[in-house]
Design a protein around this ligand. Sequence first.
Ligand SMILES: [Zn+2]
Length: 349
Amino acid sequence: MRLSHLFIFVLLLTVLACSKSSEVETSASDASATITVVATPYGESKLEMKLFKVKDAPIYYVLGFSGVPDTQNEGHTSNAGFVVTDAGVVVFDALGTPALGYRLLQRIREVTEQSIERVIISHYHADHIYGLQAFEEHAGNPPVWAQVLALGYVGGSTASQGEDAERRLAQRREALFPWVDENTRIISPSNTFEDEMSFVVGGVSFMLKHLGPAHAPADSILLVKDYGVLFSGDVIYKGRVPFLDSPETDTKRWLRGLEYLVELDPPPNFVIPGHGEPSQSVEEAITTTSDYINYVRDAMSSAAENFAPFEDAYNATDWSAYKEMPAFEASNRGNAYRIFLELEAESFE
Ligand SMILES: [Zn+2]
């Protein structure tokens, strides 16, 4: 008797949950539509990829899921966006697998038939670049722009990170199979800039600015000046623990980059970070990132200065403010160690 009550209760919950999710879906009404399988030339994708539009601007974006890339999120952990102009589409970042890049392209095609004028990459890390392959193979191979240090990722410059890129690709072929497989290729930038670059496409003014090395050597932001919209790439993380655990991370410079964003005049009225929800204020957008970097730097600094062991400093730190945040387990310890090494090196300067 009690068991059957329980059964009815669970059934009721299921019905409620289903009706709730179908409310969110804009067009689909049957329950089966909650899981939509999208066929791409790079494998089937079952993720919802919602397209958002910036109010009063021809600017669109998709948001990745929190956490680290895995088969559950199909590698969709980063954000990407695009600006539609009369002379073509400017894309910012390409997502973390060719299938996701293809789905972004499908989203663009729902909005406009304009050709892809260029793709700008905020920095060369797997979660932002593997989708480039879809643009090369299905969008007329548009120019790919990145800051010049990005060339190091593919082994083309003295800042040789080629080995790192290869290792990452091997890791993703395991972690994100079948979306990343032996056919997945890293597409190099075709065009580069050094410090800053302004350009106009279809009457819309853009400004690209290098703020790295921060999270990665080539870290750059894109400002869509006419609309006051800022694409920050991974200089800004929201809703998850930022990723600092790379030999190229420079948190001192990273904090300077965040200061630069706060001082932009006029201030942007819409910020789309590399990870997490957008924001209407730069100050609000950078809080998680700057607080976290400062917190870890403070926690590690005295230990590094006194050449105390990392383990002791790490275990003595109160991590409760960040413990529940996505990517804490995967990133926090490595982040802290990376900052510890950075501070140790700084104390020799
Ligand atoms: Zn990222």
